[in-house]
Design a protein around this ligand. Structure first.
Ligand code: NAD
Length: 269
């Protein structure tokens, strides 16, 4: 199989589980050296297990602890990766979490925590990645672009979500941050896009699929009638990081089995 990301260095944030782990495996199969970011000491074993699987399959990479909401840690992660591997070609801004609450009971801590990881974390990582892309510029043997960023957004960048105002606000914020920096850096050959997953089977939404009743209820929101898998996102991430998508920047790509098609209208109106 042609390795479309051969020789490129990719940082994937929040890659010790779920979508991030799936994306890291897919990028590694495509030839990228992957940095499996995870937030705290407790997530190191899971990150190392993802790395071990990648190495067994013939890939290369490291695991790296960094809380993406902390500026000093993000700056250090990028400088350490550049010191070890020479540069960074691809950033997958994936780390994210939920702290759900009815709006009038939502604490400032719940609000700030979600915005801090989901939105500020993406800002900090994108800023450091773009500085490195600008420093290096285009190296034709690596890629037609000076660098690629994939922001993990959500269908909730467009679908309102009662009880999850902090999460939906973080994803709506990602949409316009992504488009604004895509506009700013397109002339420098930096491509920035978002993937907007629907329901993907991961720890973040376990309650929505771990009983037959919950899954049945979830499927009423998915016209394609199956829950998504991390691999569905991984395949798209490889394409978005490769020169096959060289003319695409500033796009939100929905991978959701039709969740954004207003399925409630299929039998109404
Ligand atoms: P997950 O809980 O398995 O993964 C989230 C990862 O982020 C975890 O590995 C966690 O350790 C990491 N993380 C949390 N805080 C961090 C921090 N401060 N620094 C670094 N890493 C941190 O869930 P997932 O479903 O794989 O979620 C991945 C991304 O996909 C998130 O941004 C989420 O919002 C988005 N998403 C998921 C779904 C879905 O259905 N699963 C749908 C839409 C969007």
């Amino acid at each position: 199989m042609e390795k479309k990301l051969q020789g490129q260095i990719a940082i994937i944030t929040g890659a010790s589980s779920g979508i991030g782990a799936g994306v890291a495996k897919s990028l590694a199969v495509a030839g990228a050296t992957v940095v499996i970011n995870h937030p705290v000491a407790a997530t190191k074993p899971a990150a190392d297990a993802v790395l071990a699987e990648i190495i067994t399959a013939g890939g290369t990479g490291i695991s790296y602890q960094c809380d993406v909401s902390k500026e000093d840690e993000v700056v250090k992660m990028f400088s350490d990766v550049v010191a070890q591997f020479g540069t960074v070609d691809i950033l997958v801004n994936n780390a994210g979490l939920q702290r759900d609450s009815p709006f009038t009971e939502m604490t400032l801590e719940q609000w700030n925590f979600v915005i801090g990881v989901n939105l500020t974390g993406q800002f900090l990582c994108a800023r450091e990645a773009i500085k490195e892309f600008l420093r290096r510029g285009v190296v034709a043997e690596r890629s037609s672009a000076a660098g690629k960023i994939i922001c993990m957004s959500s269908v909730h960048e467009v679908i309102p979500w009662a009880g999850h105002a902090n999460y939906a606000a973080s994803k709506g914020g990602i949409m316009l941050m992504m488009k604004s920096i895509a506009q700013e850096f397109a002339p420098k050959k930096i491509r920035i896009n978002s993937i907007c997953p629907g329901a993907i089977q991961t720890p973040i939404n376990k309650a929505a699929w771990d009983t037959p009743q919950a899954l049945q209820s979830l499927l009423t929101l998915i016209p394609y009638q199956r829950i998504g898998q991390p691999d569905d996102i991984g395949k798209a991430a490889v394409w978005l990081a490769s020169d096959d998508s060289d003319y695409i920047t500033g796009a939100s790509i929905f991978i959701d089995g039709g969740m954004t098609l207003y399925p409630g209208f299929s039998t109404n109106g």
